[in-house]
Every structure is written in structure tokens, then in C-alpha cells.
Design a protein around this ligand. Sequence first.
Ligand code: G6P
Length: 442
Amino acid sequence: MVMKIDEPDKLIAANKGGTIIFGQNNDCVIAASDPAAFEPFAIKKKRILGDNEIAVISAEGWEIFKEAKTEEEDFFSAKSDIGDFLFFMEKEIFEQPKIFSNTIAGRFIFEQGLPRLDGIEDFARELRNVKNFHFVGCGTAYNACRYAALLFNRFGIAARAWIASEFCYSHPVFDPTDAFVFISQSGETADTIEVINEIKIKGNICLGIVNVPGSRIWRETDAGIGIRAGKEKGVASTKAFTSQLATIVMLAVFLARQRKMTIDTGQRIINELKKIPDKIEIILRDADRIKELAKKYACFRNYYFLGRYFHSVTADEGSLKLKEISYVHAEGYPLGEMKHGPLALIEPDFCSVVIIPDDPIFKKGIVNIHEIKGRNGTVLAITDKKKGISPADDTINIPTTIDYLSPILTTIPTQLFAYYMALEFGCNPDKPRNLAKTVTVN
Ligand code: G6P
């Protein structure tokens, strides 16, 4: 609540997810968060201040104003100036610290080690009993789905990821009590909407993790969480991806706290999420070096992007970025799978970008790098290991975080690498050939 010096007889109240109740009797107006406060007074009239409402209160009563702007109006009215950047993709990569902060802002109840996700609040009790989650998306959003499935499993919650365009035709087996989570930047992707329509027939809970407020997936899911990444103009998704990962972490912690996760684990994750924007900033400060590496590596026309566990996802996302905007052949592969076929292609002019943070499977990854180097392959490593990766030809260093949050960081150098590679080849990264930002056909 706010008072203005020049209007001391008025009080301004705004509500964002809390409880504010006004009560009026013959002499005054009382504002309280608990109706018990009204008991000593002969209250004649009451009004609960709704979410996003603003009220001006005086001794005579109150006047309610709807919030000046909705999330949807905010989104569409925001300017998308390119500023000093060459391309929107560059701008969107560099604004990730700010955007990530925006995604998580106001979304934690720290004392409880709990994310506060207003959009799914009404479903909280139903979600408590869900045993299986299905994540559905396309392209980059599908990679976010895969991250979600791994993270949910890590927290002891069964989950799997589906490519939307495959779902309806692959005889999916699921239970009526399973919940579906649809991830989409645009909220308009036809393949994803097709699955929503199918699931609505079946009657399962449908949640959305969407960037564009008011979009079709935003509207047609039962409830959802906005990722608040702002307009994304580059066809290749960058800031929306990291905001999707942040939102997935919050959802996973929310559900895990309903189950077995302890307060202190929840608090540790919240603390670490809050540090991520600064850590992204540190990686972005290394952009000139990554630009130099792109110059050096522009001679390669074939790439593997490799990683284990969570980083097989960021490897796939890195390869998708590179092929989308620079038209260089790139494949993502789980690093440990190399020996089962892909190693056959390794030769000096085949480059492997290996994402290998210092986690419990680090040593296995090093063995795999030796296997590539032993076949005279070229290796560019991305790691948080302080000393670098000795058998690699070059190393990009990133800050350390909790192992399951590190995909948020390891994805940043792959975005920068793809972007600078596109520039090396004279491609326009904002408008890659043959691709559309929003795909509204099946
Ligand atoms: C298109 C875009 C991709 C995007 C995918 C899914 O293919 O080029 O960048 O990841 O659609 O879009 P969505 O809006 O559903 O996240």
C-alpha cells in the first residue's frame, strides 16, 4: 500500500497474488489481509481486491482500477529495438541475463524453498497426485522437453518427452491420470496444438509453458506458466530456450517439494537460480574469444555436438542452432554413443564440440574425447573444469553450478558459436533460409 504526500487522505492498494480485503462501516474503511481484523467493527460492506487490481481508498470508500496493463498488453507493446546489435539473434543472446532474471522474478517463497507459480496454483492439489508427466514440443522447445524429462526423473518424478509431430501417430500409451505439459515459444505451433486437441479428447490435465501471452496454446491449456522472455525475433530460439529451462526448473522444484524434496534442497536450488544471470554474463564476456574460435573453426563443414546426460540435450540444441543459421552439417549425439557407429566419420576435418562439465561422469567423457583424438579428430570442449580439457584442441570455460542447472550455462557458448559461424559464412542469422519462426502448418 502506498500514500502520497500531497494526498494524505488517500491510500493506494495493489494486489499481486496476495489477499487484501476492504471493509467499510459508518466511520471508516479498513484494509486487512485477514477478515478477522474486521470483527470489532460493524462492517457493512466488504470487497476483496482481486489479483492485478489497484484501488484508491479514502474514508468514504474505495474505487477499483484494473491493472493498467495485462501481461499480454505488456508483451505486445514492448519495443523490440535492435539497439547496437547487428542482428536480433545477437541481441537476444546478450539479453539473456536480464531475461532470465525476469523469468524467475517474484516467483519464489524462499522460506519454504518453494517456487510460487500463480498460473498453476489452482491445479496444485491435482498435480500432487500425478504420477507421470509428458512434455510435448517441437524444435528447440522439444529439446527443453527432453531437459524437463531428465530433471523430473532426477527429482524422482516420472516423465518423458515427445516430439509433437510424432505423438498422435505413434500409438502413445498413457494413463488418464497423467499430466501433459506443452512447451512452445510462440504458442501457435500447429504440431503441438494437434497434440493438445488429442489430449483434450482424452481429458488429461494440460499445462502450458509458453512465451507469447494470449497465444493459442496459452489459451487452450488448462493452466500454465509464462516464461516472460519478451518478443523473440530471431528464427533460431535462444533466450526463449534458457527461459524455458528456468521455468522447467521452477515447475520441477514445485512438484518435487510436493513430494520428497526437502526445504533446504529447494532453497539451495533457488539460491543457485538467482546466481545464473551473473554466470551467463561471465560467459557473454568471453564472446570475442568465441568469435575468434568461430573464425578458426569455419574451415570445418561437418560437426558432432556431443555430451552425456543433461548435455546430450544441450548438444542437440547446439547442433540445431549451428545447422539452422549457418547451414553447416551438424549432428547431436550422446557422447558415450560415439563408439557405436559415429566414430567411423571421425577424421581431421570433422569437428566435435564436446560439452563436458566437471560432473560425476566427467572421467567417462574424457575417455570418449581420447577416442576421438585417437582417430585424429578435432575437439572443441566446453567445460567448467578450471584447468581446461587437455586432449581437446581448444576449450571454452564456463562457470560452475549445480550439475542439473549447468545446461542453462553450457548452451550459451553454443549459441554464440553458431551465431559467429553464421556471420563467418555471410548468412543472415535472423532469417535462415527455408525456416519460419512460427510454424502453423502440420
Ligand atoms: C520453429 C522455429 C524453432 C522453434 C520451433 C517450435 O521450427 O524455427 O526455433 O523451436 O518452431 O516453436 P515453438 O514456438 O512451438 O517453440
